[in-house]
Write a protein that binds this ligand. Structure first.
Ligand SMILES: *Cc1c(COP(=O)(O)O)cnc(C)c1O
Length: 404
């Protein structure tokens, strides 16, 4: 069997479709976010990053960095074990209390990533709750989809952000089956936000538990960075809130929060929690510092919102088509994988602007896009430079404009 040829054949197919992924190699520069050095074959060049999920620059915050350094100096690098076998550190316990407080829940449970937290929590709920049915929003993240698949529970997909469709689908399943409604708050590719209250109303009506992924919202929304549910005063209506420490909090790791019994249940039965080394204590310490900072400081969120509004306004001025939404994510639609990559390449090489092309399978074919995430540290000059660059590319490539 010629395995190399099998590998290469599928890679060649990807390349022919324009969907082959090429990573841009970046060296982030502490204190200069969103600036980074892009490593190329001909050397390094300075670029401005426009697609970072370190939305608020917290990964470069001096207090967060210090927390990591201090914890590493006092406790070392690794946790030294799984949570069960010698790996539970004071930093984990403290961070879990911080997260439970952030979401006003009884308890929290850490995982090695947001991906693992979704996969493990949904996998455990779906397989352990007898005869469960999981109602999954059509645009849920891959980590939720994989968790549901792994659970082998029955799955019903409801129309994206459509509580009426959810209602119909819940009604079609016998009342005595345990039901889980799984959805996100901010959908990261279109930047649209779920109608959380309506979804909770429908879930309550059918006795379903609610599971929300607030990965793109924690740190970003709500007076203390508790997410969209916090900003709407709805945290108590959600059974399980899932989040990441790797995006706005600028660190690494994932978590769930909920009742004591719920977290204990996942802790006790989830393979993805039990059989893996715990987060490095220094990472937990840094994440806790970042959460504490964003609980009391709103300036990062406010400044970010300003820069998001400015970029949208300038894109409108130049007639660059972008998806309208009420989040911090600005998708500029290209609709073709080859063009999308080409524009991204030119932005990087000619303008020092880094925005990764978003192609299939991250988004459906034909909806390829550039996804901009302005942060508090992007200057007005950065925004102007970006818009001028896009404007000249729109001219060169004869791309369609939207009438302002
Ligand atoms: C990034 C992401 C995750 C995974 O979080 P990580 O901490 O990066 O593993 C989960 N859900 C959504 C919606 C995401 O975008």
């Amino acid at each position: 069997m010629d395995f190399e040829a099998l590998f290469q054949g599928q890679l060649d197919d990807l390349k022919a479709e324009g969907n082959y992924r090429i990573f841009a190699e970046m060296e982030r520069k502490c204190g200069h976010h969103p600036r980074a050095a892009n490593q190329t074959e001909t050397g390094a060049r300075d670029v401005t990053v426009w697609c970072s999920n370190d939305y608020l620059g917290m990964g470069h915050h001096p207090d967060v960095i210090n927390a990591m350094i201090e914890a590493a100096k006092s406790c070392g690098t690794g946790a030294g074990g799984t949570r069960n076998i010698s790996g539970t550190a004071v930093q984990h316990v403290s961070l879990e209390a911080e997260l439970a407080d952030l979401h006003q829940k009884e308890a929290a449970l850490l995982f090695t990533s947001g991906y693992v937290s979704n996969w493990a929590a949904l996998g455990t709920l779906g397989s352990r709750l007898p005869n469960a049915v999981i109602f999954s929003d059509a645009l849920n993240h891959a980590s939720m989809i994989e968790g549901i698949r792994h659970s082998r529970a029955d799955k019903v997909i409801w129309k994206h952000n459509d509580p009426e469709d959810l209602d119909r689908k819940l009604a079609a399943v016998p009342a005595d089956r345990p039901k889980i409604v799984a959805f996100e708050s901010v959908y990261s590719m279109d930047g649209d936000i779920a109608p959380i209250a309506e979804i909770c109303d429908v879930a309550d009506k059918h006795g379903a538990m609610t599971y929300i992924d607030e990965v793109h919202a924690v740190g970003m929304y709500g007076p203390r960075g508790g997410g969209v549910a916090e900003s709407l005063g709805l945290m108590d209506r959600i059974t399980l809130i899932e989040g990441t420490l790797g995006k706005a909090f600028g660190c690494f790791g994932g978590y769930i929060t909920g009742s004591k019994a719920l977290c204990d249940f996942i802790r006790s039965f989830s393979s993805g929690f039990i059989f893996t080394t715990a987060l490095p204590p220094a990472v937990a310490a840094a994440a806790q510092k970042s959460i504490q900072h964003l609980k009391s400081s709103d300036v990062e969120r406010q400044r970010q919102r300003e820069q998001v509004a400015k970029l949208r306004a300038r894109l409108d001025y130049f007639g660059i088509p972008h998806l309208d939404n009420s989040s911090h994510i600005i998708p500029v639609m290209i609709g073709d994988p080859v063009k999308c990559r080409m524009i991204s390449d030119i932005l990087l090489s000619d303008f020092g602007i880094y925005v990764q092309p978003i192609n299939y399978p991250t988004v459906p074919k034909g909806t390829e896009r550039l996804r901009f995430t302005p942060g508090p540290l992007h200057t007005d000059a950065d925004i102007e430079h970006l818009c001028q660059a896009l404007n000249s590319l729109w001219q060169q490539c004869a791309l369609s404009r939207q009438v302002a």
